[in-house]
Design a protein around this ligand. Structure first.
Ligand code: PFF
Ligand code: NA
Length: 458
């Protein structure tokens, strides 16, 4: 192989890996559900704004640190801090990241388990020819079926940790890359079907007609958190991926490609889901079940829907699988750096995440009245374990981690390293730095500060 071909393949491996981490439940399940709870177009607008002015620069910062550090997140942060006379405590950005990844993976595994169950429900024809209320009822009954929920969750966690334990993530990423175009195709088909439904016009208005009254501090915080969540940034999960990149490759191009793909998947999914919502007079704020109710309704209405639905949930599972692996890998890598064997580390992380996930799975039935942090009030009040782990880490920990990474990449990492790691030329580096220092970092700090004060009613 010529050196050119090799470099091409490692640039490709880089984009594949990052896309695998980015595209997942965040796009197809969480984005519509968050949009539904936050007034439609207001949330969509904020989300796209935050992807552009926070997501892109911070994603570059995070990968630059790994690219310059050429080691695991904690090691990269510590080495670079030491070499530049900064405190080794900077490494705790990676500690915060590990805590965040732990909590996120705990609920991510549960919802991935739902997708697994829905493959089975699709194949057995549970949705075929059923009216919307029956399909909604199936989801409700499913959440009451504790043994089934726990089995699906367990199977998914075993699938994830088995790949991490063997360190064969690249094989899965290749399979993912092969099949992801099919997922996009199915989403396009769903969006095309949506155009023919009576609710399409209303869905488009609701998603795209500006609605400034709906811009609240809650919507702002949720949109910021979701921008970080969907791009998989702020928890050092993408940090190590920078090492894949050949030295002269430009990071900005790769990052922009991933962001466009990621937002595109979310938009297609939103169009399909809200067309069903408005066609059937359903509630946009349908909560975490929104996708699991609306898409089976759409498929039940399409010829060949049973198989298309099964195929859809298989592809969704594959997309969430690669994201889960990316969530787990940094925690496992951290234990390996501390001298653990990969297999042991994967087992320990898997068991801990699984146990936490069980509390999330039970939040929909046995523990549905348990609000563990009720006493703290504000954003913690009235939230089950699932509600807490699916909102606090994405909304607060990811932006906080991203802010610290941005500060590290602009204050601690020397400009010469940064310029080489970004790889878009001197002028681009200066522009990136200016935007990060003057806009992205202050904006994250401002939104976190004000929205938390407001949500506590201060
Ligand atoms: N980006 C993934 C999604 O949209 O489903 C979720 C995710 C993966 C978040 C990895 C954070 C992360 F570090
Ligand atoms: Na995503």
């Amino acid at each position: 192989m010529t050196s050119k071909a090799q470099q091409w393949s490692s640039q490709r491996a880089f984009i594949l890996a990052v896309t695998g981490a980015a595209v997942g439940l965040g796009n197809i399940w969480r984005f519509p559900y968050m949009t539904g709870e936050n007034g439609g177009s207001a949330f969509l607008l904020l989300y796209i704004l935050f992807v552009l002015i926070l997501g892109l620069p911070v994603m570059m910062a995070e990968i630059m640190v790994g690219r310059a550090g050429r080691a695991g997140p904690m090691q990269s942060l510590m080495n670079m801090a030491r070499e530049n006379g900064a405190s080794p405590q900077w490494r705790h950005i990676a500690t915060l990241g590990a805590v965040t990844l732990f909590l996120i993976l705990s609920f991510y595994g549960v919802v991935s388990g739902w997708s697994l169950a829905y493959i089975g429900k699709s194949i057995s024809g549970d949705f075929a020819g059923q009216p919307p209320n029956v399909i909604g009822g199936i989801f409700g009954q499913f959440l009451e079926n504790v043994p089934l929920l726990l089995i699906c969750h367990l199977i998914f966690m075993v699938l994830t940790m088995a790949v991490v334990a063997r360190g064969v993530t690249q094989g899965l990423e290749r399979l993912n890359n092969l099949l992801m175009p099919l997922l996009y195709l199915l989403l396009l088909l769903l969006a095309g079907y949506a155009v023919t439904t009576p609710g399409f016009g209303e869905a488009m208005k609701w998603l795209f007609l500006p609605n400034p009254e709906a811009i609240t501090w809650k919507a702002t915080l949720d949109a910021m958190g979701h921008a970080f969540f969907t791009l998989a940034i702020g928890a050092c999960a993408l940090m190590a991926y920078g090492a894949y990149m050949p030295p002269e490759q430009s990071l900005p191009k790769a990052v922009i490609a991933v962001a466009i793909l990621d937002v595109g998947v979310a938009l297609l999914s939103g169009i399909a889901i809200f067309s069903v919502v408005f066609s059937h007079g359903m509630e946009p704020a349908g909560g975490p079940g929104l996708m699991f109710v609306t898409l089976p309704i759409a498929f039940s209405d399409i010829t060949g829907g049973t198989w298309l639905s099964a195929a859809f949930f298989v592809l969704l599972l594959l997309a969430t699988w690669t994201s889960s692996i990316n969530l787990a890998e940094p925690m496992v890598a951290m234990l390996i750096d501390k001298g653990w064997r990969r297999g042991q580390a994967a087992f320990a992380v898997g068991v801990a995440v699984w146990a936490m996930g069980v509390l999330s799975a039970l939040s929909f039935n046995v523990l549905s009245d348990v609000f563990p942090l009720q006493a703290l009030g504000g954003i913690f009040a009235g939230k089950t374990v699932f509600d807490l782990v699916s909102s606090i880490p994405p909304d607060i920990f990811l932006p906080l981690g991203g802010l610290l990474i941005a500060i590290f990449a602009t204050r601690v990492m020397p400009a010469s390293d940064g310029r080489a790691a970004l790889g878009g030329g001197e002028a681009f580096y200066r522009r990136w730095r200016k935007i990060t220092v003057m806009i992205s970092a202050p904006l994250v700090a401002l939104v976190l500060f004000v929205s938390l004060l407001k949500l506590w009613g201060v």
